[in-house]
Design a protein around this ligand. Sequence first.
Ligand SMILES: Cc1ncc(COP(=O)(O)O)c(C=O)c1O
Length: 425
Amino acid sequence: MPFTDNRGFKARPRMFASAEGMYYRTPEGRPVLDSTAGLWCVNAGHGRRAIVEAIREQAAELDFAPTFQLGHPKAFELASALADMMPAGLDRIFFTNSGSEAADTSLKMALAYHRANGEGARTRLIGRERGYHGTNMGGTSVGGIGGNRRSFGAQIWGVDHLSATYRAEAAFTRGQPDTNEDMAGELERLVALHGPETIAAVIVEPVACSTGVLVPPRGYLERLREITARHGILLIFDEVITAFGRLGAPTAAHYFGITPDIVTMAKGLTNAAVPMGAVAASRAVHDRIVEGAPRGIEFFHGYTYSGHPLAAAAGLATLGVYAEDGLFARAADLNAYWEAAVHGLKGERHVVDVRNLGLIAGIELTPRADSPGRRAFDVFQRCFDDGLLIRVTGDIIALSPPLIISEAQIDEIVERIGTALRAVD
Ligand SMILES: Cc1ncc(COP(=O)(O)O)c(C=O)c1O
């Protein structure tokens, strides 16, 4: 099983059999309130009829069509709809099947761009400590999670990392911390060390989510944009979690008012009903790769299921649901309530920090001295038994509910977590 304590799970399984709206149901029919949108992905809530019907109809009409040297209308329709939704200029779309594939695709795009530009020495990739870009070889290498990297030894070469945007002194900050420290200025040091002519791209999550919700300080992303642009380095925002309303805007790029060169996405793209990822590239990146190539295939990359008809249909229906229900604006409207509610956990047993942005929150606990991660896992198990799904990473609880959540359900989440914290040693 993926990222699972297999032996622990087999000894005590936790199963879901169905889902509707804000709730999962276990095989025994017990409801479990979903405070994590599944795995940061079911942004419109579970079992949306419009999405279900679109998948059903598509399966009957066209089950599969190859997209190597061929096409089908819905893949282009979805690409156009995404192009309209992305920050201005990022209107060239490439489909993948997951966030990991989107991350690796974005890295290969950056390398291909510089080669096509006559700067083939730009091969170095810069990620960030505590960054997560999925589990393929490129994403693992630029990612900054020790456990994911150390388990395998071999990584791709020529990678460096910025420091994580976490500072213990910013504990309990609401939203983005203010700081006098120029954290992004560290990139200048890496540029000076390696030489700008060797660096292809910097890849970051605008908000590092999987490692426990590390909110960038004010000015950080702006500064990364400024430094990368000045040195001809592409800036990739990995928006696999932050895209599709999580921050109350279509993407984090919109939310922060910063335009990177490439955006990756997945998860909320189809409301997770069919696996799909995508990469949006700027015209400059696209045109250099495509227009600059000799006649024939321009980008030697792709997946059998790129732009799969079922995923394309699910994606179109999902974007329709977001628009019709005004879910991005809804998330923005809920932000203040969410922030106040989750910060209400300050002072609860074990809690040493609460961080939040948009409809995301991280609640950090003190680890047990002899078994880091175990306390949060016990809270997770206790919540699950009590009818609440939370996510834990190390000793941090990470919350990201569907954007359809009600204020009463927000209160319920906080109350149940508080109860679990008081019960767990
Ligand atoms: C920022 C980011 N990038 C990439 C991924 C990998 O996505 P997937 O699990 O669909 O491969 C994730 C998954 O959580 C993610 O959060």
